[in-house]
Design a binder for this molecule. Structure first.
Ligand SMILES: Cc1cc2nc3c(=O)[nH]c(=O)nc-3n(C[C@H](O)[C@H](O)[C@H](O)COP(=O)(O)OP(=O)(O)OC[C@H]3O[C@@H](n4cnc5c(N)ncnc54)[C@H](O)[C@@H]3O)c2cc1C
Length: 502
């Protein structure tokens, strides 16, 4: 049977969009199928009253500036969307507020950070210098050896990389610092990986710090939905076809090879290549069926655990940020120095003790209607506790938890409750519903060291079926946008090697 399309892409998240666009731009006939009614997956927005709330993007990594472009800027340029978007650089990395304990603002340059930390923690001067030297030297070796695919990579050539890559971040923090406040101030980015320092590999913490310092944190005018829309528009301009409100229910397999998909409306679409931006779990067990899951894949999936989702409180405020003392776009607010406890609480419905409050209006005064602003306050939350409550308890639990979040936000910004004009809350079950991912996971599997990209087998044993996104690469915008582009290149190579005509 002749193919309807060269490639079918399941899901229009970051990776689905970049893979579809890369293929269309190379002249391939691509169909993008998305179950939701908008493109983006996590990278979307929604409207309540006069506010358009950002769902996911707090800080975009890897952009860099025109003078010093980061890897993501290059990818967006190649994809033809860079000039269609306006990126807003955030002046600082973050402010961390632990009422009664610390209130520290870290700028977005190495020198500034070191001098702020030395000023606040004079007894730890030496450790601070050494820690940032290590972060930088380690990252240079990781980039040279791993990211640049040095064929001669060896322990002798990249000693720091081999020594530290899989060390736990907590061990490295403990070996440099004594003050628990300093350790908390320096490491809140662990929450961007969803794994506490006791389990987070040093390579993850180091590259997060390095990337945000060197390439600066960014936001996008119009939010992440503007990026998703630009990727979709460019895909359509390149001849791609997209259908929304169209879930894929089944992947067709013939003689051990992907042969297309069946949509939720029962329509069979024939294609020799399928890229899935859905979770690997649902792709294997729901779209293919357990009979097609090879033993090695069952073992691999069985070794991984589903990562965290989030609870987000979206607040539309009837005042400007400065009226509440919000001076930074990115604010970590915490009442505990114990990061392990903070993480443990993400598996319960108890009061959270650390969250991230973003106020985009600080770096982009036009983000919300004049005289108003929005604050998006997020904490990591695993889905299990939410799945264990009955439907009749769900709304009470959700609003009680939203109350906890407001209390926590109020500790840093008293009076925030009095300025609420619109409020919406999203639980892990909300994310599960909109993304279709198990546990509403926002970064795919837990990002333990053993699940680092380095060790992941991304090759699907079923010919013609490929994965892109947070379930096979790291979660986050930069990794997933990159993931889609990379998998599309692998598909193009495969087509060329088989002489698939354009
Ligand atoms: C609250 C929150 C805060 C975050 N903050 C940041 C941040 O500041 N910085 C950062 O870098 N990252 C952040 N992230 C993480 C980041 O947004 C995600 O890791 C990333 O967007 C995931 O992209 P993805 O390509 O894996 O696809 P996803 O966004 O997971 O989308 C997958 C898509 O596939 C579709 N789909 C699934 N199954 C089917 C099917 N059967 N048929 C058709 N379609 C299907 C879904 O509807 C969805 O659109 C945040 C996420 C959230 C939710």
């Amino acid at each position: 049977m002749a193919s309807d399309y060269d490639v079918v892409v399941i899901g229009a998240g970051n990776a689905g969009l970049t893979s579809a666009l890369t293929l269309a731009e190379k002249g391939r006939k691509v169909l993008l199928l998305e179950r939701h009614n908008v493109p983006g997956g996590c990278a979307t927005s929604f409207v309540r009253g006069r506010f358009e709330f950002e769902v996911a993007l707090h800080q975009l990594s890897g952009m860099g500036t025109d003078d010093k472009p980061g890897p993501l800027r290059e990818i967006l340029r190649e994809l033809g969307v860079l000039d269609k978007l306006e990126f807003v650089q955030m002046d600082d990395l973050y402010r961390i507020i632990m009422p009664g304990v610390a209130d520290v603002k870290l700028g977005a340059s190495r020198e500034e950070i070191i001098s702020t930390l030395k000023e606040n923690f004079p007894r730890e001067k030496e450790g601070i210098e050494k820690f940032f030297d290590l972060v930088y030297e380690f990252c240079m070796q990781m980039i040279g050896g791993v990211y640049m695919h040095d064929p001669d990579i060896s322990r002798e050539k990249y000693p720091l990389y081999f020594r530290y890559a899989l060390r736990k971040s907590k061990e490295v923090l403990d070996s440099h610092f004594n003050d628990p406040v300093l350790k908390a101030v320096i490491s809140p980015y662990w929450s961007y990986m969803g794994i506490p320092p006791s389990h987070l590999s040093f390579s993850d913490l180091a590259i997060l710090l390095f990337a945000y310092i060197e390439f600066k944190p960014f936001h996008i005018k119009g939010g992440s939905q503007a990026l998703s829309n630009a990727l979709l528009d460019t895909f359509l301009q390149n001849g791609g076809t997209a259908r929304f409100n169209t879930p894929v229910d089944k992947i067709l397999v013939e003689d051990g090879r992907a042969r297309g998909v069946v949509t939720g409306y029962g329509e069979e679409i024939i294609s020799d290549y399928v890229i899935s931006n859905a979770s690997t779990i649902s792709t294997y067990y729901e779209l293919l069926g357990p009979e097609y899951v090879p033993e090695e894949v069952k073992k691999e999936l069985g070794r991984s655990t589903i990562g965290p989702s989030a609870f987000t409180l979206f607040m539309g405020l009837d005042c400007e940020p400065k009226d509440l003392g919000i001076e930074e776009a990115t604010n970590f607010i915490g009442t505990s120095l114990d990061m392990e406890r903070t993480y443990a609480l993400s598996k319960t419905l108890e009061k959270p003790e650390m969250g991230l409050l973003s106020c985009y209006d600080v770096s982009d005064p036009d983000f919300s209607p004049k005289g108003s602003s929005q604050a998006v306050f997020v904490v990591l939350q695993y889905a299990e506790a939410w799945c264990n409550i009955g439907p009749s308890e769900y709304y009470d639990t959700k609003y009680r938890y939203a109350g906890f979040m407001l209390d926590l936000a109020g500790k840093a910004f008293p009076g925030i409750r009095d300025h609420l004009e619109e409020v919406e809350a999203a639980t892990p079950l909300t994310h599960q519903r909109y993304l279709g991912h198990p546990g509403g996971a926002i970064y795919g599997f837990d990002q333990y060291a053993k699940d680092l990209n380095l060790f992941m087998n991304k090759k699907c044993p079923i010919d013609g079926l490929f994965f892109a996104g947070s379930w096979v690469d790291s979660g986050g915008f930069q990794p997933t946008l990159t993931s889609g582009r990379q998998v599309a290149k692998v598909v193009i190579k495969d087509m060329e090697s088989k002489g698939v005509p354009r």
